[in-house]
Write a protein of this length. Sequence first.
Length: 435
Amino acid sequence: MPLSIKNISFFFIILFGFALFLTNVTKLNINNKTVIQEKNNTESKNKIIKKESLNIDNVKPQIILDRDLSDNSSKKLNEIIIKVKKGQTFSEILDNFKFDKINKFEIINLVNKKFNLRSLAVNQKISFFNDENNITKKITIKLDFKTILIIDLTSQIDVRISELNTFSIIESKEYLIINSLYSDGIKNNIPNDILIKLIKLFSFDLDFQRDIKKETLVSISYEKTNVENNSDYSFGDIEYARIEIKNNTLEYFKFLTNDGFVDYFNREGKNVKKSILKTPLDGAKLSSNFGMRKHPISGYTKMHKGIDFAAPIGTPIYAGGNGVIEFVGRNGGYGKYIRIRHNNEYKTAYAHLNSYKKGITKGVRVNQGDIIGYVGNTGLSTGPHLHYEIIYQNKQINPLTLKLPSGKILKGDELKRFENNYKTILSNHLNNLFE
């Protein structure tokens, strides 16, 4: 029986449906394999990553000290600055922080091996560096402007002294005296330390009360040492100094002699130092001259065999020259008194002292400019002052009119070296002034 058109159509529909079913099954298998493969790959990668991230058996913990940290990290340490008070000990200062007794005494013992803690001065700075838990990680003690003692507490207690990097420059200044060398120097930003050195340098030649006139010119250059990455600094030696009083010019240059001593010479190579100082203290006012006068206490007119300098109690008094202490102690109306023998002909005497410098006893040798005592008001005295005598062949003479012999005079190759040296100093000084 021949197939009808209806039967043939039904057959093709069934055949087409079966073919479509096979195609979808094939695609589904392929997609499932792809998904499974991708999942396996992902899991494999995750396993590798996880394995690598846990592989830390060879990594050791690292302690980073605060000195090795970057600027941002080091800010985590909080610096607390302590200034030493009068009578305060380092042990008492440590008690303000979290130290047990064992650690505290270990720190003190280790520090004392590097620095005598009994030498701590009033207002000396001690810095404590604490972390966020307020645990001290480092302590520093400022020994001077360029030296610090470091106590590192990050792992174990480590104590060391560190010298900071420094560099030096030469500063030059020039000014006119209106009131006094010292007060006008301060107004013109000359450091106090340098002005004191300047006064000492010219005290061999000048009486600062009588010789200095208004509009006297002062010109000076000096060494300034700075600490790298720090605001601290210190002043060194005077390199060059000139004082012009009308037509009289006094000028001195720093020079290292063949003997290894730093000293000062004029252009001719003559040493600034004289055998005896005319003025043995700084910034004093001449209150009584050498000669006949009515004594302010006894009322009798008699010879005043020295000169008096009015100054506050405690003002340092300098040895007028190199020599040996011949007498120290009370001496009648002189009160507390010192006498120095300089050679077979010259002596100097200092009276009405408040006290003597520690170590000044009979037979002790002193150098010119050394502090020997302090201004006072002992003996027959109406107020704080120094009575100063220069004794020549056992007779008091007027210190202000004394013609003092010069010190060393440079000669030969040493003089030639000095001449080259002073020309360089002068050139640098003028360049600094007018650059």
